[in-house]
Design a binder for this molecule. Structure first.
Ligand SMILES: Cc1cc2nc3c(=O)[nH]c(=O)nc-3n(C[C@H](O)[C@H](O)[C@H](O)COP(=O)(O)OP(=O)(O)OC[C@H]3O[C@@H](n4cnc5c(N)ncnc54)[C@H](O)[C@@H]3O)c2cc1C
Length: 659
């Protein structure tokens, strides 16, 4: 709680730093009026109250204040101060969860009015903003708040400069299948809609692998090498540690070679191959039929009980499932596995499906949204090259008088109707920026944020919504990007992607270098003697433990370690894997960026989609109450850019009449 401040009390309205616009749907308001209105709407529960009761139940990591050595190196360029959750975001989240939020008029620095407020600047929040831009009436305005220094949520990028080479890598969301062009844009939704609406190209150039080098295959994103049906496009090897300090052994392209080079027992081999090659062992007439049958069991149960397979396949499946959903096959609904798609539920990939990744992963989509919504927020023109490779102009995001303003490093701490939700004419949002509190009064608000935090912010949230929020399970994730001066050690091994059995004191499970997309003058090399980024996509799953325990332990591990601890763990793991092939961190590593995501994924557990009877908690959250609606990729279960933005589009439409 910020203590009483005498100076504040004596300030007059003219000293308010960002002056309120002339109100269009009410008279001008003072800070005290504002707080009185909020109090009327939120009842007595203004600070702690029911919120902190919920707080007791929250599964939280013990760390409250990240130390000075927590965040670490951030690379170069505008994203260097916004890689993963910042220490400020972690601290403010914990303050919100603890109910330490003031509601004192004298602590409000400014009061502003707008038509629509959006909380959250990830793909869902941007989806709201895009729909607003397409449908708004003259004079309508919108303010988007995000708590990170850069817009994009989990779709951001890291940038490195290594020996004169500019290298861009994803911080999180990284790949997609190029969608078909829709026949009728007005009917389109999901990936095809945004792709067409934003005018994103469908043809790309990738770095060519020199003919005079030994043949190697490269994934174009950071997932494909884990997926049956895509793995063959990468030179991927599995490292069997063996434990006991021995040398360990590599099995390159192990499924292609029928697991012949692996030290696995015969029964494990049979089981693993049977799983990998199981194709579409079950057929469904419709996704609805699949959902009703599959959403009653975990993928592991499906493999064990329906396909009569042992655990080897389930454990291998964990690598991809936990990377894409946060936890492994013991916790993830078989219906989510069907959507992924995973062996046993899906045959060969349809011909012509192309999976690619922009230089910064899905940050490319964020850039397209920004360019559309605030054209000068990305320097240069509207070409693919300019949008993808030119710096984000953060100064342009929040210009007075613009219909859409985006405010970064702004954490919403309190949202409530100004009166009873069914009758109130507005919603109040209090947010914190640079240690100061500001307020917005909007005709409607979209919470494009996760259920793990929403009940602590939205103070008049009805019990049914609180219950629905509590049903979500959020898993942490770490993307560690290691900028290399060269990757000769991988070349010597004949691989571009690695998978390993993690030992007790080890780090991660998988890593790879992508075949980089070339965009205009951005032409990173693909040469083992030259720089590249090695990306470790690292989930925190502990198969067999209670799912809540898994995410709580995982978050503790993600957040509690300092940057230097991670650094030494990662280099130790790399020495274990690649030391014999000549890896030397002192020579080969140019920089390491950690992107920590405390609540990266909403885990689609069995029943998430409604199980056999078809209704699910997310259905509750897809209904607005009063002038507040919810939009986040978590509601879809399959966290993906198109469905995320669709949730935003849906939320906007629910509120459009209130604007
Ligand atoms: C490691 C990883 C890999 C992924 N890979 C892919 C992929 O390959 N392809 C794909 O399509 N998707 C991928 N995803 C999924 C990705 O999360 C979604 O596609 C999408 O980007 C999520 O958007 P969102 O808006 O729902 O959520 P988020 O990205 O979480 O955005 C929500 C924003 O709201 C902010 N916020 C929260 N609380 C507040 C507050 N109180 N005040 C202000 N702001 C707040 C958050 O900090 C965040 O910036 C991946 C995700 C992760 C974590």
């Amino acid at each position: 709680m910020i203590g009483p401040n005498g100076d504040f009390r004596s300030k007059v309205a003219s000293q308010v730093r960002s002056k309120p616009r002339q109100a269009r749907f009410r008279g001008p308001i003072t800070r005290r009026d504002f707080v009185n209105g909020v109090a009327a709407g939120a009842g007595a529960a203004l600070t702690a109250g029911p919120v902190s009761a919920l707080g007791q139940a929250a599964s939280r990591a013990p760390l409250l204040a990240p130390g000075a050595d927590w965040y670490g190196y951030g690379g170069v360029g505008p994203y260097r101060h916004s890689h993963g959750n910042t220490p400020e975001v972690v601290e403010s989240a914990h303050r919100i969860l603890d109910g330490q939020v003031p509601l004192d008029p004298d602590q409000l620095e400014s009061v502003e009015e707008t038509d629509l407020a959006i909380v959250g600047g990830g793909m869902a929040g941007l989806g709201v903003a895009l729909e607003f831009s397409l449908r708004r009436r003259d004079g309508q305005s919108c303010v988007l708040l995000d708590n990170h220094p850069m817009i994009g949520g989990e779709a951001k990028e890291n940038e490195f400069l290594v020996n004169g080479e500019r290298l861009i890598a994803p911080q999180g969301a990284n790949g997609f299948f190029v969608p078909e062009a829709p026949r009728d844009l007005s009917e389109a939704r999901g990936d095809p809609y945004y792709y067409a609406e934003l005018g994103i190209p469908r043809e790309f150039t990738f770095a060519a692998w020199p003919q005079d080098r030994k043949p190697l295959r490269f994934c174009r994103d950071n997932y494909g090498y884990l997926v049956a049906g895509l793995q063959q496009h990468a030179s991927v090897a599995h490292f069997f540690d063996g434990g006991g300090g021995g040398a360990g052994s590599w099995a390159v392209d192990m499924f292609r070679n029928q697991l012949a080079d692996t030290p696995l027992a015969e029964s494990s081999r049979r089981n693993l191959l049977a799983w990998f090659e199981s194709g579409a062992a079950r057929h469904f007439d419709s996704p609805e039929q699949a959902r009703r049958l599959l959403d009653t069991m975990s993928y592991e149960e499906f493999l064990r009980n329906e396909l009569k397979l042992g655990d080897a396949g389930a454990r291998y499946a964990d690598l991809f499932l936990a990377s894409a959903c946060g936890l492994g096959s013991d916790c993830v609904s078989a219906y989510a596995a069907y959507q992924m798609p995973m062996p046993g539920l899906f045959g060969p990939m349809p011909a012509g499906m192309r999976r690619v990744s922009f230089p910064g992963g899905n940050s490319g989509f964020v850039r397209y949204f920004l360019k559309r919504l605030i054209p000068d927020s990305i320097q240069g023109g509207a070409s693919f090259e300019d949008i993808i490779t030119r710096p984000v102009n953060t100064a342009a995001l929040d210009r007075p008088g613009r219909p859409i303003r985006m405010r970064t490093s702004s954490t919403a701490v309190h949202v409530s109707h100004d009166g009873a939700p069914g009758q109130a004419g507005s919603v109040s949002v209090i947010y914190q920026r640079n240690g100061r509190y500001h307020a917005i009064r909007a005709k409607a608000v979209v919470m494009a944020t996760g259920s793990w935090i929403n009940p602590y912010i939205v103070r008049d949230l009805p019990p049914a919504y609180r219950e629905a929020c509590a049903s979500f399970l959020h898993a942490p994730f770490l993307v560690a990007n290691v900028a290399l001066t060269n990757w000769r050690f991988l070349y010597r091994l004949g691989i571009t992607a690695a998978i390993w059995d993690r030992q007790e004191d080890g780090f991660g499970f998988t890593c790879n270098i992508r075949s980089p997309m070339h965009v205009g003058d951005y032409r990173p090399p693909l040469d083992p003697d030259k720089p590249a980024v090695l990306s470790f996509y690292t989930p925190y799953h502990s198969p067999g433990l209670d799912p809540k325990a898994q995410v709580t332990l995982g978050r503790a591990e993600l957040l509690a370690r300092s940057y230097p601890e991670y650094e030494s763990r990662i280099y130790r793991q790399m020495m274990r894997l690649f030391g014999a092939a000549g890896f030397d961190p002192a020579v080969d590593v140019a920089g390491l960026v950690l992107n920590r995501w405390g609540h990266a994924y909403s885990v689609p557990y069995p029943g998430f989609y409604g199980g056999a009877n078809g209704t699910a908690p997310r259905d509750t959250l897809r209904n607005n109450y009063g002038r507040i609606a919810f939009a986040h990729s978590e509601l879809d279960g399959n966290q993906h850019y198109g469905p995320a933005a669709d949730e935003g589009r849906r939320a906007y439409r629910q509120l459009a009449d209130a604007l």
